[in-house]
Ligand binder design. Structure first.
Ligand SMILES: C[S@@+](CC[C@H](N)C(=O)[O-])C[C@H]1O[C@@H](n2cnc3c(N)ncnc32)[C@H](O)[C@@H]1O
Length: 336
C-alpha cells in the first residue's frame, strides 16, 4: 500500500466517523456504515454474512456461542446498535482523555470481530492521542483481519496488542480505562456476555467505563392479536460491572448447576393464555443517556418466553439465569 493510498483511506475513515458521531440523519449514518464495510473490504477478504448454517464456523464455548467472523462483520448492519455503540465509545474516549490528560488511555476491546467496528472508525478522530489498545477475540481470523486493517490505516503509532483468547478467562496485568464488549444476543441468550462481563468487570479502573454500561431484561405480557405489551416487570436481570450475581458464581459452579437465582413472581390473576403470551424484553444503557431501546436492534428484539406457555393465573414461578454453553433465562413453576 502506498503512502497516498493510506492517507486517502484514513481520510475516508475520518469522514465516516464524523458522519456517525455528528450527523443527525440516521440515513447518512447508515450510508457511512455501508462505506465502512466497503472500505474494510478493500483491505481484508471478509464478507459480512448472516451465516445461519450449522457449518458457519461459530465456536461453542462452555460459556456460550462466539459467532464466526463473517457473522461478526454482519453486526455492522445492525445499524442503530452500531451507531449508538460507536457514539458511546466516542464519548468514553473523550471523557477518559479529559479525566487523565497526558496519560496513555488503555482500552480493551473484547470480541472485536474482523472489523473492530465499535472502535476502528473512531481511531481516525482520536489517533493523535496516546492510546494503547488490546484487541481480543476467540477467532484468529478476526484478529488477523483487525491487524491488517490497523496497518492499512497506518495506525502503527498507537500501541496495539492482539489476544486470541476466551474473554471469559482473559486476565490482563493492568486495569483498563475503557472496556468494550458486545458479545450478546437478545434477552442475554446464546452468547457469553454475562460471563465476559463477570470476568472483565474487575479489570476496569475505578474511574473507568464499561460499554455497555447496563443491560436490562424484563418480563412482559403481550396481546397475541394487537401485539401491545403490558404488565412489564422490574428487570429480571440487570447486567453491569457491579452485578451482585457475580458474587454467587463460585457457589453455583461448585454445585455444578451453572444457574443463578433471579426472582420469584406471581402469574397475574387476569392472565389469559389464549389472548396473551409472556415475552422477554431487552433494553441497554450503552453509556449515560445513550440507550438502545426494546426492538430497536437485533440485540434488543422481544422474544417469547415459551417455557411460561403452560403458566396459569396466580401460580408462583421462579426465574434463573443459566450461564452454561447456551446461556438464557429459564423459568420453573414452584408448586407450593
Ligand atoms: C456479536 S460479535 C460483535 C463484533 C463487533 N465487536 C461488533 O460489535 O460489531 C461478537 C464477537 O465476539 C467474539 N466473542 C464472543 N465470545 C467471545 C469470548 N468469550 N472470547 C473472545 N471473543 C468472543 C466473537 O468471535 C465475535 O467476533
Amino acid at each position: 500500500m502506498t503512502t497516498k493510498a493510506t492517507a486517502e483511506a484514513l481520510n475516508t475513515l475520518r469522514e465516516i466517523a464524523q458522519f456517525i458521531t455528528t450527523d443527525q440523519s440516521t440515513e447518512h449514518q447508515i450510508d457511512a456504515l455501508e462505506k465502512f464495510i466497503v472500505l474494510c473490504q478493500s483491505a481484508v477478504e471478509i464478507t459480512p454474512d448472516v451465516c445461519f448454517s450449522a457449518f458457519s464456523g461459530d465456536t461453542e464455548l462452555t460459556q456460550g456461542i462466539a459467532i464466526n467472523p463473517a457473522a461478526a462483520a454482519q453486526c455492522v448492519k445492525d445499524y442503530i446498535r452500531t451507531i449508538k455503540f460507536v457514539n458511546a465509545v466516542h464519548h468514553a474516549i473523550t471523557q477518559q482523555h479529559a479525566l487523565h490528560p497526558g496519560s496513555t488511555l488503555k482500552i480493551l476491546y473484547a470480541g472485536c470481530g474482523p472489523f473492530a467496528t465499535l472502535l476502528l472508525p473512531l481511531l481516525a478522530l482520536h489517533c493523535e492521542k496516546e492510546i494503547s489498545i488490546h484487541f481480543l477475540d476467540i477467532h484468529e481470523e478476526s484478529l488477523s483481519s483487525v491487524q491488517t486493517l490497523m496497518q492499512f490505516f497506518n495506525f502503527d503509532q498507537l500501541r496495539l496488542h492482539y489476544h486470541c483468547d476466551n474473554a471469559c478467562h482473559f486476565q490482563a496485568p493492568d486495569p483498563f480505562d475503557i472496556i468494550v464488549a458486545e458479545t450478546m444476543q437478545k434477552a442475554l441468550e446464546q452468547e457469553p456476555q454475562f460471563m465476559v462481563t463477570a470476568q472483565l468487570a474487575d479489570q476496569l479502573k475505578p474511574t473507568g467505563i464499561f460499554i455497555p454500561e447496563e443491560i436490562f431484561v424484563s418480563l412482559a405480557l403481550q396481546d397475541r392479536e394487537t401485539l401491545v405489551f403490558k404488565n412489564k416487570s422490574k428487570p429480571l436481570l440487570a447486567l453491569s460491572c457491579q452485578c451482585p450475581l457475580f458474587s454467587k458464581l463460585n457457589n453455583a459452579a461448585n454445585q455444578n448447576s451453572l444457574r443463578l437465582p433471579l426472582t420469584q413472581f406471581h402469574i397475574p390473576e387476569l392472565y389469559n393464555p389464549v389472548q396473551q403470551r409472556f415475552v422477554l424484553q431487552t433494553r441497554i444503557q450503552v453509556l449515560n443517556d445513550i440507550w438502545l431501546y426494546e426492538d430497536e436492534s437485533d440485540i434488543t428484539l422481544t422474544v417469547p418466553a415459551f417455557s411460561l406457555d403452560n403458566a396459569l393465573p396466580n401460580q408462583v414461578w421462579h426465574a434463573q439465569y443459566y450461564y452454561g454453553s447456551y446461556p438464557c433465562i429459564e423459568f420453573q413453576h414452584l408448586s407450593l
